[in-house]
Design a protein around this ligand. Structure first.
Ligand code: HEM
Length: 443
């Protein structure tokens, strides 16, 4: 069964594929085993195929060549495809914009991640990270994913918004958590008590709070991300409008928090399974001061490899959503305008052509003498590529390293006997059980 008829005069081939189950399509398998699903689709239909999931017919693009084509977007055929997923709760967020409108916002936002700004964020976040991580309670079933989630949330309210008042921080934190759950809610009814209505209320509170802070941010010279965003100017001296400032700071917090929580959880899981790597990280961190500055981050080379390999196995954004804005072709297949397209980072990170023994967690792949990620420019793309490439990747790396640095200096951990990881794929991959580990304090 093909996806759409090819218009006469067009030489490209139709797209092969299959719907899957009636109504549900392949939604179930996508939630349970997205990698297995993609591998099956690739074997049966090749790198360009169609399927139905979550009520939408979509075209899946598999392999780094297709990913590169979409990222480079030479004929400007691919617009963003995140609107149906994120549009209600993160309207006009930079990832949801296209072309000129997108580039203008993106440039203004990139200013907030200059090396000087990053140094300031690192100083600011380390106090909170050190205090929080040291306060983790050792035990036989310490829920590591939950602890990372909460620590990063505390750090976010400080680093992004500089909320000093603990009551405000708690209110905003709760609203944020509810808002972020919104896109993954199945029951989309604004009835009292539902997750959907909590998420809508959370979003409203975030809007009100951030809008109320804008005058003070403009007037001051704070070293938090929101202050930096309020002061950012383009070449003509124009900044973001008030509405844009609100939309972009809420989007930034969401983009930062869920992804970084996922990456750190995966690292903790794999390091619990491979204590020899945990020891190497500890040795590396103990050779540095307790508080890091920007140049120390380069010394954390082993931590860097562990981070890269963990997000290869579990990319926090496993699929990139796009929509064609005009008819186009990929690998000789015709894709009509208006098609939802999904580029699978997860699949590309596990292709045997580029990653020998792809299911094995092996940070040494990223060592200078191996560099398997160089096998193709788009073989390893946890941060995407092209015009929408993650603007927070350096921020993410410094935050992850700052947390890991404190964690390995203060604790050791292992997985409980016979532990089997079960992953929730409805958003950034997350252990379904909160990742219980046996946590012990060192010294
Ligand atoms: C391990 C952590 C992270 C991962 C794996 C990650 C991954 C990604 C990916 C794959 C994209 C591109 C999505 C697409 O093309 O459809 C993206 C975009 C983005 N990320 Fe990240 N991200 C991370 C952390 C962060 C952090 C910490 C921030 C902010 C401080 C951030 C801000 C953004 C923004 C604003 C965009 C949209 C850029 C645009 O549309 O131009 N991310 N991220």
């Amino acid at each position: 069964m093909s996806f759409a008829p090819v218009p006469s005069g067009v030489t490209a081939k139709p797209i092969p594929g299959e719907r899957g189950l009636p109504v549900l399509g392949v939604s179930g398998k996508m939630m349970r085993d997205p990698l297995g699903l993609r591998q099956e689709q690739y074997e049966r239909h090749g790198p360009v195929n169609w399927f139905q999931a979550f009520g939408m017919r979509q075209v899946g693009l598999l392999g780094p060549d297709a990913a590169e084509l979409v990222a480079i977007n030479r004929d400007k055929a691919f617009g963003q495809g995140w609107e149906p997923i994120l549009g209600t709760f993160f309207p006009k967020g930079v990832l949801l914009l296209d072309f000129e409108e997108h580039l203008h916002r993106r440039r203004l936002m990139q200013n907030t991640f200059s090396p000087e700004r990053l140094g300031g964020y690192l100083r600011r976040m380390q106090t909170g990270i050190t205090r929080d991580v040291r306060g983790w309670r050792p035990g036989a079933r310490f829920l590591a994913r939950e602890a990372v989630h909460d620590t990063l949330l505390n750090v976010s309210t400080g680093t992004f918004l500089d909320i000093g008042n603990p009551g405000d921080a708690a209110r905003v934190g709760e609203a944020f958590v509810n808002t972020v759950r919104g896109p993954y809610t199945m029951m989309r009814l604004p009835l009292p008590g539902t997750q959907w209505s909590k998420a809508l209320r959370g979003r409203r509170l975030l809007e009100e709070y951030t809008a109320s802070q804008i005058p003070a941010k403009h007037a001051g010279d704070g070293d938090d991300v929101f202050s930096a965003l309020c002061h950012s100017r383009d070449e003509q001296g124009h900044g973001l409008s008030e509405e844009d400032l609100v939309n972009q700071i809420i989007f930034l917090m969401m983009a930062a928090h869920e992804t970084t929580t996922s990456a750190l959880s995966s690292m903790i899981y794999f390091l619990g399974r491979h204590p020899e790597w945990q020891d190497r990280l500890r040795e590396e961190s103990l050779s540095l001061d307790e508080q890091l500055d920007l140049k120390d981050l380069d010394q954390l080379a082993t931590c860097d490899m562990v981070m890269k390999e963990s997000v290869r196995r579990f990319p926090p954004i496993s699929e990139l959503a796009r929509r064609t804005v005009k008819d186009t072709e990929v690998h000789g297949h015709f894709i009509p305008a208006g098609t939802a397209v999904s580029v699978s980072v997860l699949f590309n990170h596990h292709m045997e052509e580029y990653w020998p023994d792809p299911m094995t967690w092996d940070p040494g792949r990223f060592a200078a003498d191996r560099r398997e990620d160089k096998s193709h420019r788009f073989a390893w793309t946890p941060f995407g590529g092209g015009v929408h490439k993650c603007i927070g990747l350096h921020f993410a790396s410094l935050q992850i390293k700052a947390v890991m640095h404190q964690l390995v200096r203060n604790f050791s951990w292992r997985l409980p006997e016979g532990y089997r990881l079960r992953t929730d794929w409805s958003g950034p991959p997350a252990p379904k059980d909160g990742l219980p580990v046996v946590l012990s304090r060192i010294g």
